[in-house]
Design a protein around this ligand. Structure first.
Ligand code: AMP
Length: 237
């Protein structure tokens, strides 16, 4: 990863959402974008965009993603470094949704900030949820097929995440589809991989004296958002 050094004087806040697949990282991030003007970087969305655009990277990662495994660290880290470079001077608060997922990624991110964005203020928020709730959620998840949108909805009627019109995105009117990796087999694989890495990531944050805030997400999104605002000290926004 090579980037020129930081020339902007404004501080960049970066929030890492650490949580299992289906914990609602994307939904909470989208709400923060809408209500608080934050910017979201979802590495999963970036990967799916590569696949939809049939880029060289997309061809390499298509099967990996369908099977629920992790994309190689080097590919993901380069995507993230490019993204931050393009955002230079634009965003003031960025949510990292689904990154870093391994120690190698966490170390690479630390190096990227140290060398190129030294004014970054980092917060880590761990979204807490049980595996059973995750499996139920993901089996009813539908997403916008428009890769520039990828908004997330639920098929459970009465859910706050239910779309206004059936199988149609509220935001861009794109069709809502089931994600290729939301099969039960793939979800179980993704959960297993998540738990393998979660422990190491938490140890890593402890070792660098980075506080990890906990947020219980087994409740409606609006309550999760209110609690997020409270723990981040944004109540008087
Ligand atoms: P997500 O949308 O965050 O659930 O990610 C969907 C899939 O994209 C994951 O199961 C991985 O295959 C891939 N992916 C997303 N982010 C990462 C990451 N940080 N490291 C490796 N693979 C990733």
């Amino acid at each position: 990863m090579s980037c020129p050094s930081d020339t902007s004087s404004s501080a960049l806040n970066v929030l890492i959402f650490l949580g299992a697949p289906g914990a609602g990282k994307g939904s909470l991030a989208e709400k923060c974008v809408k209500e608080l003007g934050f910017v979201q970087l979802s590495t999963g969305n970036l990967c799916r965009k590569h696949i939809a655009d049939r880029t060289e990277i997309g061809e390499q990662i298509d099967l990996i993603i369908k099977s629920g495994r992790l994309v190689p660290d080097s590919l993901i880290v380069d995507m993230v470094a490019d993204w931050f470079e393009k955002q230079r001077g634009k965003a003031s608060t960025v949510i990292l949704d689904g990154f870093p997922r391994t120690i190698a990624q966490a170390e690479a991110l630390r190096k990227l900030f140290k060398e190129n964005f030294p004014t970054v203020r980092l917060s880590v928020i761990k979204l807490e949820i049980s595996d059973d709730v995750v499996i139920n959620r993901l089996c009813s998840r539908i997403v916008c097929e428009n890769k520039a949108c990828q908004a997330v909805y639920s098929t459970v009627s009465g859910s706050q995440l239910a779309p206004k019109k059936p199988f149609t995105c509220d935001l861009c009117e794109g069709a809502l589809i089931v994600r290729a990796d939301d099969t039960e087999e793939s979800v179980r694989k993704r959960l297993q991989i998540y738990h393998q890495h979660e422990h190491d990531l938490l140890d890593f944050y402890t070792s660098i004296e980075q506080l990890v805030m906990k947020l219980s997400v087994e409740r409606p999104l609006i309550e999760v958002f209110d609690e997020f605002v409270r723990i981040m000290g944004l109540d008087d926004r």
